[in-house]
Write a protein that binds this ligand. Structure first.
Ligand code: COA
Length: 433
């Protein structure tokens, strides 16, 4: 049978597709901007026919209607990353949280720790050979589809056709639903003076020819602003957003000196505006791979002059980094932070940076603290950490004593909190600052 005939035979309406999900099934939903929103809505509309369907996700950019109050009988959310619309459900006990390094998520599916009954995904229109691209989200989405017992896919012409190891053949999709909604967009964050200063400090650590990983949010975007005068940068990153497009167009990102995939941007997922999605469409410059490849520390370490830039919530005076909780409250997840910190540490010439504003809550709280809040998660350990950057400067911690680390961190804390931190220093080290 030709792929076109298969396509026709498997084409169904969303409300029919979701009837194949059964009570007790585990459903892994496509990630972030790749969320199959029409299928999710159809599944939730069909809720009376389900009991205890488990939904597995990571970054949720949609509204996670299955995690709302009143849905407990039908759905149970299991998040590997707490997002705006799943945080409250986790906090209230309606949803669960599973800690996992991002690069290990596909292994959970493959090894049967989290067996996948149904993968609910969104892909591009098929090419002339019958292959659809996973588009903006390859990450765990492609592996989920590979290991699932059943694949239900939205085929959406608005999904860009991204290159790399990014394709699924129509014959591997059990139920096809045609959609034409816009792909979820994430507008560029607002960058204030503090973020600009942090961006400038981080950029001072980036040498020409480096390969970059940039996390999510205002700080990574601010770093990009200060890279405009660098030469021949490369990208090997869990995700990219619109800022990267500008640096490619300005001739700053050339990927010329990359030792792995030279000449190519390597990435697992995309979160940005239509500008980014049009840029990657059919663009051989950008190669997308599953996260078990992109975020594998053994892969990351092969990049020459790899620089990772991520953020956190709190760092204590030993250099223990909490990036995912405020005390006991889970606000995000480890994501790819430790994957990149460790990959960089294993490389000969890379540096890992954790960049933060010195304060939170409008200046009321120092992010550099004597002790982490009770219940705070240590995301990046003191043994893994290297550079911490704030708007007040740069603290390099690897290879330094606990005493020297504390001093370096107090020197980049907000001036309003330095006195209190020095008192903690004196108490801990039994000596003056
Ligand atoms: N005490 C109390 N509240 C704090 C706090 C602290 N020390 N630090 C942050 N907060 C609050 C902020 O005020 C903000 O609250 P609001 O939403 O009410 O304004 C909220 O927590 C989020 O903090 P903020 O620093 O603004 O978030 P961000 O969008 O810059 O993201 C992380 C920062 C750390 C949450 C995010 O980078 C993350 O999840 N990292 C882990 C995963 C990762 O690094 N992945 C890397 C590859 S993508």
């Amino acid at each position: 049978m030709s792929w076109k005939e298969i396509y026709k035979n498997r084409l169904v309406k969303p409300e029919d597709a979701v009837t194949h999900i059964k009570s007790g099934n585990r459903v892994v939903v496509g990630h972030a901007a790749g969320e199959p929103t029409e299928l999710i809505d159809a599944m939730v509309a069909n809720k009376e026919n389900y009991r205890n369907v488990e939904i597995v996700n990571l970054v949720v950019l949609g509204t996670a209607p299955y995690a709302k109050p009143g849905m407990e009988e039908y759905f149970h959310d299991n998040s590997i990353f707490a997002s705006t619309h799943t945080r409250e459900a986790i906090e209230c006990g309606r949803a669960d949280f599973t800690p996992c390094f991002f690069h290990e998520v596909p292994k959970l599916f493959r090894k049967g720790y989290i067996p996948v009954d149904v993968a609910l995904v969104q892909v591009s229109s098929p090419d002339k050979h019958g292959y659809c691209s996973f588009g903006v989200s390859n990450d765990y989405t492609k592996p989920a589809a590979e290991y699932a017992k059943m694949v239900i896919a939205e085929v959406n012409p608005n999904m860009p056709r991204t290159m790399g190891d990014s394709f699924i053949h129509i014959s591997k999709i059990d139920y096809i639903v045609e959609t034409s909604h816009e792909i979820i967009e994430l507008q560029p964050p607002k960058i204030g003076d503090v973020e600009k200063k942090i961006g400038e400090n981080c950029a001072s650590l980036v040498e020409d020819g480096s390969t970059l990983q940039l996390g999510i949010g205002a700080i990574p975007e601010a770093v990009l602003l200060f890279l405009k005068h660098k030469k021949d940068l490369g990208i090997h990153s869990e995700m990219i957003s619109d800022g990267v497009v500008e640096l490619v167009e300005a001739g700053v990102i050339t990927n010329k000196f990359k030792t792995l995939h030279p000449g190519k941007i390597v990435v697992a997922f995309l979160m940005g505006t239509r500008r980014l999605y049009d840029f990657v469409d059919n663009n051989p410059l950008v190669e997308m791979y599953p996260v078990n490849y992109v975020n594998n520390p053994c892969v990351i370490m092969q990049n020459y002059k790899m620089v990772s830039i991520n953020s956190c919530v709190q760092v204590d005076l030993m250099g223990q980094v909490c990036s995912e909780s405020i005390g006991l409250k889970q606000i995000s997840g480890v994501g790819g932070q430790v994957d990149f910190v460790r990959g960089v540490n294993m490389s000969e010439d890379g540096i890992s940076i954790i960049a933060i504003p010195s304060t939170a809550s409008k200046g009321k709280i120092s992010r550099i603290v004597g002790l982490l809040n009770a219940g705070a998660v240590v995301t990046t350990s003191r043994t893994d950490v290297d550079y911490i950057v704030t708007e007040y400067g740069i603290a390099q911690l690897k290879g330094r004593t606990l005493r020297d680390r504390a001093k370096a961190l107090i020197n980049i804390a907000h001036p309003d909190f330095r006195q209190g931190l020095m008192e903690e220093y004196t108490k801990k080290f039994k000596c003056g600052f």
